[in-house]
Design a protein around this ligand. Sequence first.
Ligand SMILES: Nc1ncnc2c1ncn2[C@@H]1O[C@H](COP(=O)(O)OP(=O)(O)OP(=O)(O)O)[C@@H](O)[C@H]1O
Length: 300
Amino acid sequence: MIEVQHLSKFYNDQKVVDDVSFTVAQGEVLVLLGTSGSGKTTTLKMINQLVEKSSGSVLIHGKNTETYKAHELRRKIGYVIQSIGLFPHYTIHENIATVPELLNWPKHKINSRVKELLMLTGLPENMATKKPHELSGGQQQRVGIARALAADPDVILLDEPFGALDPITRSELQHEFKTLNSDLQKAMVLVTHDVLEAVILGDKIALMDQGKIQQIGTPSDLIFEPANDFVKKFLAQNRIQLELHVIRLNDLQKFTSLRLSTKEDALCTLAEYLSKNDDDEILKTYFNYRDKIISAYGKH
Ligand SMILES: Nc1ncnc2c1ncn2[C@@H]1O[C@H](COP(=O)(O)OP(=O)(O)OP(=O)(O)O)[C@@H](O)[C@H]1O
């Protein structure tokens, strides 16, 4: 469990992170969402001490990170970044084994862990001997995730992990990632400026602006109960898709409050979204939505 308490950061006189607090339980993904320069990455890096905080505290499993030794912190916190940051001259095996090597794990334990992680992240075993440049961007990003998981940390920090990928690979990895975390039960903090990604991946979203959290809550909270105009405006784009992502059977009455311009728009958007999903729950929901749309807009 991560507890971030009243974290702030000044650069000279500028307060770039302003009294940020949140908690992330095991198995939960908290997304830090916001425009460029809103303080997301700085907040993330204060958690693993890559950036020194000006004030506030970070606790992992109730223990202040200041009291952890550097190697303990490395073991406890995995870190994934957009540019992947794989060592170009190392093989994939060596890249994944970086932290276990630093922690002096015995060879056999490292070898079996690397094998296990390749499987877990959907990479073929024979990839272990390749160098990063021989892999596609999506495969490299999987290696980045495998490397962050190597020493089985309780906490994973991810900075725009899918940002450099094409939309199809991105969407594939996002969905795999979500399944992966429900199996692994890590406490994750993920930085993105992509609203849809935040809604897909986040159990909770902290929407930041100018260093401050404007609202923190479930995707549904932010979408249906925005705390202020900033939140409302930030989520205005792709609003329908966002709503359809978060909506579940018990949210049906909220669906009728969608302000779609025409019934056809509503049905097309719904059909388009559903064509990309074969989740049973969503399919069931589809028929309910459809009826709701038709009754909300009338037959014609
Ligand atoms: N080392 C630094 N020295 C001075 N100012 C910095 C430094 N690092 C970041 N900043 C400033 O802090 C603010 C927050 O930056 P940060 O990288 O946390 O934003 P962000 O929300 O992650 O943005 P992006 O999505 O563009 O990465 C920005 O105004 C940035 O210019």
